[in-house]
Design a protein around this ligand. Structure first.
Ligand SMILES: CC(C)(COP(=O)(O)OP(=O)(O)OC[C@H]1O[C@@H](n2cnc3c(N)ncnc32)[C@H](O)[C@@H]1OP(=O)(O)O)[C@@H](O)C(=O)NCCC(=O)NCCS
Length: 183
């Protein structure tokens, strides 16, 4: 069984970005992102209704990071590290199989500038070399062309198309599963 055991939160850096832990002070920005219709168009999750709910989410998510259950980063530009512009990480893990699911989102002001690509390269490298994952999975809504293209660009391969496997707000939705294997 894989164990995620980092003595302190592993902050990462890329050329333009800092990938850091979630702080309670990110709650308002995260609340706005999770209630932005453009960002959430293909992310089928119940929306938090108050900033306080997001604060609770951040606290329990950070506790899960400490306990080695998952690991995800706030994306910020190096010149303004306190300002969250997106997130990326392994929100769900399947440690028995050395596998984790990656997910990401970015504020629309920053789309198509290569930011998620830059963050993805770093987090894939960290996932394989530091977390010791064997494979990384991504689940997308089949309508999410942007997410599909970015995954393909970074070597992910389509493994499945599940029909109506996901029930959300009264509808059964399809999912596409992509994966990247280390090696
Ligand atoms: C998907 C998303 C994360 C892409 O982030 P981004 O930083 O704009 O992506 P990048 O600039 O790094 O783009 C990398 C590649 O992805 C693809 N891509 C990105 N946006 C695209 C779009 N709107 N349409 C088609 N392809 C797109 C392209 O192949 C692009 O390479 P190119 O610019 O050389 O053509 C961003 O659009 C987003 O946050 N969307 C809403 C949240 C979301 O759907 N998350 C994924 C849930 S599974």
């Amino acid at each position: 069984m894989l164990q995620l055991n980092f003595p302190s939160f592993p902050t990462l850096e890329t050329e333009r970005l800092i990938l850091r832990s979630h702080a309670i002070s990110d709650a308002e920005t995260l609340f706005a992102l999770r209630n932005n219709d453009d960002v959430m168009k293909f992310i089928h999750r119940e929306r938090q209704k108050t900033v306080a709910e997001v604060e609770d989410f951040i606290s329990s998510f950070n506790e899960g990071c400490k306990q080695g259950r998952h690991l995800a980063w706030v994306i910020a530009l190096k010149e303004n590290p306190n300002q969250m512009i997106g997130s990326i990480g392994y929100w769900r893990t399947n440690l028995a199989n050395y596998r984790a699911e990656i997910g990401y989102m970015l504020h629309p002001d920053y789309w198509r500038k290569g930011i998620i690509s830059e963050a993805l390269i770093k987090t894939i490298d960290f996932g394989f070399n530091d977390m010791k994952l064997h494979s990384i999975q991504a689940n997308i809504d089949p309508g999410n062309d942007a997410s599909r293209q970015i995954l393909i660009k970074h070597g992910f391969v389509k493994e499945a198309h599940f029909k109506e496997d996901f029930y959300f707000q009264g509808k059964f939705l399809d999912s596409e599963i992509y994966s990247l294997i280390n090696g």
